[in-house]
Design a protein around this ligand. Structure first.
Ligand code: PLP
Length: 636
């Protein structure tokens, strides 16, 4: 566990159990020992078609744990409740979940359900997000906020006004000054009295990667001059009572509570000024930014860690708002946060397999020196003799230099056509042998993983964000190798070669079964943790691999301490082709026709070729582990 810093980033949800597997504690520190869930048991149950109740789902797989989500939500709420109580703050905390973080229907529905007791609401940043938030909140607490952020057109604003008509507690947050005219006109047209918020562009700047849109020159929000113009215009329209919320967002992963308190204090001053100017202010919405400690270092110096926990975050916010409001004798506002990352990251785990690993060829047995030397050109032979002499006298650097030179000459000779493929293999073998003998072999191996980095971990590829990646079993054995992970896509960027802790390779176990394990007996499963926010929402269809399968696992008292309540296979080849405008049905007809033309009528009539082809469209694009010869399985 120490090798992978599991206690740092995983507590209180993930640990290693006595079987050497990753164990999930669904209720965090309140989990009783018998409620712990062995992640390997979930993987076996859902992927093995032969196990009792097995679902035969293909990997990669996202395991969603709603109990963990509920625990995160309740922990956030209690952190604020505690800070509010202990500081004597005279209002309450009422959060919203920004659906952009993960728009999955079941996650949003769960947030609304779990948060109903706390009036927990939703934040939307686009029209489709607003539509989904509206439909989900219809089943939630009527006091829950529906915060409408993002750039808005007339349709967006009209939809938000309709949401108010549907008795949803909707706030239209002005992101640009021009939106105000639309709000005033449309609300008159639709006869709705709107509730309006303004997003302030704060001077406080978050310098980390995720703060690039913060500060005076940030992309979003209104400047001080614009906020004042909004107040005047609302006053003229007789609608200043509509202005009730002040919002800001200085970026995700706010590194320290000092910076947080700085931003919150600045916003609280603006809030108090708006009260002074006559707005009916009620809510201060501090945006997102509550960070996650991805590497367990608790450091405020890194983009992937933060120097505080939920409790310290809540305390810093409550104190800062209270301090400013008390000095200005302003009634304490409701505190709203739009925490996304901190709510959903932990509850979802991406599981994938290492299907093979590179091995260093052992050439010695097949190397035929006589054949090799005979085929060499004059210069290459001299290189070979120099190499041999350097080896005898133990000059390792010289050895390597002559080996490189010899190899290059042989490649040139091969390209010219004067060296056979056997000799080319011999020179490769000889050079590998030399590297091994002088200790210059790269000890890092490449593990091929059944996954697309682009669709499953887009932030790693796009912005270099690191997530904890750990084998989910065999953790009672010390890993004997180090490796980088190379994915299935035909793309040189499709690899993971940076890991938490600044490492350029990951300690990994030898694959069991055979040297190049394609369908070998021992499967090797890895988990990527803390990826529940943004990764699924951002992932595209790179190389047409599509997304992973998804299962929903609830803690339950029974022999395994869990129950799979929902299982969704990932998109099939047909599904991903359809997204790219292909028509799988037509493609199938074309292929079938071609097969008939090629004289496979028999195959077609007994159905095996046709059904094999049809199945190809229905299967996921990922490899089926353990069946390197897919033809036999698919009925061709
Ligand atoms: N609110 C707004 C306006 C955002 O832009 C974001 C994302 O950056 C969030 C909330 C969620 O932030 P986080 O995931 O850091 O909580």
């Amino acid at each position: 566990a120490d090798l992978y810093r599991i206690d740092g980033w995983g507590a209180p949800y993930f640990s290693v159990n006595t079987s050497g597997n990753i164990s999930v504690r669904p209720y965090g520190k309140n989990t009783l020992p018998h409620q712990e869930i062995d992640l390997m048991k979930i993987v076996k149950k859902v992927s093995d078609p032969k196990s009792a109740g097995g679902l035969g789902l293909q990997l990669p797989l996202i395991v969603r744990l709603p109990d963990v989500l509920q625990n995160r939500l309740e922990s956030l709420q209690s952190a604020f409740d505690f800070a509010i109580q202990s500081q004597g703050y005279e209002s309450h905390y009422q959060g919203v979940f920004p659906v952009k973080c993960n728009q999955d229907r079941f996650i949003v529905e769960d947030v609304v359900k779990f948060g109903s007791a706390f009036r927990f609401g939703l934040e939307a940043g686009s029209k489709p997000e607003l539509l989904l938030a509206m439909s989900c909140l219809c089943k939630g607490n009527p006091e829950a906020l529906l915060v409408c952020n993002g750039f808005k057109d007339a349709d967006y604003i009209a939809l938000a006004l309709v949401a108010r008509k549907l008795a949803l507690n909707t706030v239209i947050v002005l992101e640009q000054e021009e939106e105000l005219d639309l709000v005033i006109n449309l609300s008159q047209k639709l006869s709705v009295h709107p509730v309006i918020g303004v997003r302030a562009k704060l001077r406080t700047k978050h310098a980390g990667h995720f703060g690039s849109t913060s500060g005076e020159k940030g992309k979003f929000g209104l400047t001080t001059i614009q906020i004042l113009r909004v107040v005047r215009k609302l006053e003229q329209a007789g609608m200043l009572d509509s202005l009730q919320l002040l919002h800001f967002h200085i970026g995700s992963q706010i590194p320290s509570t000092d910076l947080l308190a700085d931003g919150v204090s600045e916003a609280a001053q603006i809030y108090c000024e708006l009260v002074r100017l006559g707005a009916h202010m009620r809510v201060i919405d501090i945006g997102g930014g509550l960070g996650i400690d991805y590497d367990g270092s608790k450091s405020s110096e890194s983009d992937i860690s933060v120097g505080y926990g939920l409790e310290e975050y809540a305390m810093a916010v409550v104190r800062a708002v209270q301090h400013v409001c008390d000095r200005k004798s302003v009634k304490h506002p409701v505190i709203c946060s739009e925490s996304g990352r901190a709510l959903v990251s932990h509850h979802s785990i991406l599981i994938f397999e290492a299907v093979s690993a590179s091995v260093h060829d052992s050439p010695a047995t097949s190397l035929s020196l006589q054949r090799f030397v005979e085929g060499l050109s004059e210069e290459a032979r001299v290189d070979y003799q120099n190499l041999a002499a350097a080896a005898v006298s133990g000059e390792y650097e010289t050895c390597l230099r002559f080996a490189d030179q010899l190899k290059q000459r042989c490649v040139d000779q091969f390209k010219e056509g004067s060296l056979g493929i056997e000799q080319l293999a011999d020179v490769d073998g000889l050079c590998d042998l030399v590297s091994k003998e002088v200790g210059a072999t790269d000890p890092v191996r490449t593990y091929h993983v059944n996954l697309s980095v682009f669709t499953c971990i887009p932030d790693f590829w796009g912005i270099g964000q690191l997530f904890p990646i750990v084998p989910i079993h065999r953790l009672d054995q010390r890993p004997g190798a180090r490796g980088i992970l190379s994915d299935l896509t035909c793309d040189s960027d499709g690899k993971i070669d940076k890991f938490i802790g600044g490492e350029s390779s990951l300690p990994l176990h030898e694959l069991e079964g055979s040297d190049v394990v394609f369908g070998g007996s021992g499967k090797y499963y890895l988990g990527m943790f803390l990826g529940g926010a943004y990764e699924e929402a951002l992932g595209g269809l790179h190389n047409l691999f599509g997304g992973p399968s998804v299962v929903r696992v609830l803690q339950s008292d029974g022999p395994h301490s869990f129950a799979v309540t929902r299982a969704m296979p990932g998109p099939s080849c047909g599904d991903v082709l359809r997204v790219m405008q292909h028509e799988p049905e037509l493609m199938f007809e074309t292929l079938k026709h071609r097969a008939e033309e090629c004289g496979h009528e028999d195959g077609m009539t007994n159905g095996s070729l046709a059904s094999g082809l049809a199945l190809s469209f229905h299967k996921m694009p990922y490899l089926v582990a353990g069946s390197s010869c897919c033809m036999t399985n698919s009925g061709y």
